[in-house]
Write a protein that binds this ligand. Sequence first.
Ligand SMILES: Cc1cc2nc3c(=O)[nH]c(=O)nc-3n(C[C@H](O)[C@H](O)[C@H](O)COP(=O)(O)OP(=O)(O)OC[C@H]3O[C@@H](n4cnc5c(N)ncnc54)[C@H](O)[C@@H]3O)c2cc1C
Length: 461
Amino acid sequence: MANMQMTKTPMPEQEPNVRNANFKEVALGYTLEQAMNEAQRCIHCKNPACVSGCPVGIPIPDFLAKVAEGDIAAAYEILSNANALPAISGRVCPQENQCEGKCVRGVKGEPVSIGRVERFVADWAAEHGIANVATAPKNGHKVAVIGSGPAGLTCAGELARKGYEVSVFEAFHTPGGVLSYGIPEFRLPKAIVKREVANLEKMGVDIELNMVIGKVLTITELFEMGYEAVFIGSGAGLPMFMKIPGESLVGVYSANEYLTRINLMKAYKEDAATPILHNKKVAVVGGGNVAMDAARCAKRLGAEVHIVYRRSEAELPARAEEVHHAKEEGIIFDLLTNPISIEGDEKNHVQSITCVKMELGEPDASGRRRPVVIEGSEFKTEVDAVIMALGTQANKMSYSGTPGLEETRKGCVAADETGATSVPGIFAGGDAATGAATVILAMGAGKSAAKSIDEYIQSKK
Ligand SMILES: Cc1cc2nc3c(=O)[nH]c(=O)nc-3n(C[C@H](O)[C@H](O)[C@H](O)COP(=O)(O)OP(=O)(O)OC[C@H]3O[C@@H](n4cnc5c(N)ncnc54)[C@H](O)[C@@H]3O)c2cc1C
């Protein structure tokens, strides 16, 4: 008999006024009892819509059934066979738009908290020294993967399981892509990313760091080295700016640079090689998840932080949970506000930002109401840093100029849903093919491409 409790089993969190001054994880995770209670809310539908809502096809009711019985090792076996990075997706996947968005328990109450249970199972397995690293015997075929974000890591893991010799080429000195350099420690502890990467290494995946493909080696050279297929998972890390006066002043950052300094270079530590970003008052321009992450980091480094967003709260693209957490932590939302210039002092350091107030007009092509400037509403605010979180584009360095490789109008690699590109043997997926999206979509694309790569190589025999 299912647990008919209407709401999710709450997950303990750090108090807002404590957590906004530290980088430790906000959500503390379920206990065994809480995980079992939540898993027992699944009513095991005949046609589980949650599974069709999951880009990596986790058999969700099956692993929940094992958790409900308290057999966590069996739950982990089911989960990890479908998902190479469960501790990560359990934490950062926008479940409300995927599996949980389709859960029938959500019709009259809250959906089953699949993500929280997934996270519990993955953490439990790690605490008990269990890792699903079984692979088929080596099959003698070599595949190169460009980029070690969730797309590349998933593709590499899936191929290693099938017996392929996989080398991942990563431009940075640390693997993980956005999981390492973008998503802050307080949402996704880096020890967890390291743990998941270590599991892939145990499966025989070779990770070559500081390897900028397109500069050190080209895709053509990778084929000459004996790789039979190449997967491009180089992400979309190229930041966009507003092109307003003052964007080159000292103290104006792209959100990617700001977050990289903090997450990868540990700029919050006194002994970090990168300057410590202790600002007094920071404006973060944008309203997406990346803006929330940058704002919450700046707050933790002691600043008064303003989110500057040109539409209203209803149009904020960030997950509702992220907005809620940011507000709880004391971030101030300057809505219907748009910057028009940034001013500097005599040393070219940011001193102030000038904005105009906006109102919402008729819907635009995106279906959202278009923000319109209110004449004469210009005002100036003193700030000492401005973080631009306006979105990113694909970084083309690894693939641009590869003979025959087609790109989309936005500069992404043109790839179909199987990951195939215009060049046989070259596959692509994740943000490099779609533009900025989500971790689970990148993982789904890595998984599909691994299947296509396997079929491609086996068909050549
Ligand atoms: C701050 C931030 C927060 C986010 N939060 C969430 C969230 O909570 N939930 C969610 O689902 N999604 C979130 N996203 C989006 C999500 O992280 C991305 O959609 C996802 O990481 C894309 O995965 P990927 O593997 O395609 O690319 P990436 O994660 O970008 O990885 C690409 C990798 O390729 C490497 N690379 C690039 N060029 C080269 C080259 N020439 N040679 C070698 N390597 C190269 C990069 O260094 C990087 O390591 C967030 C994004 C950001 C920026």
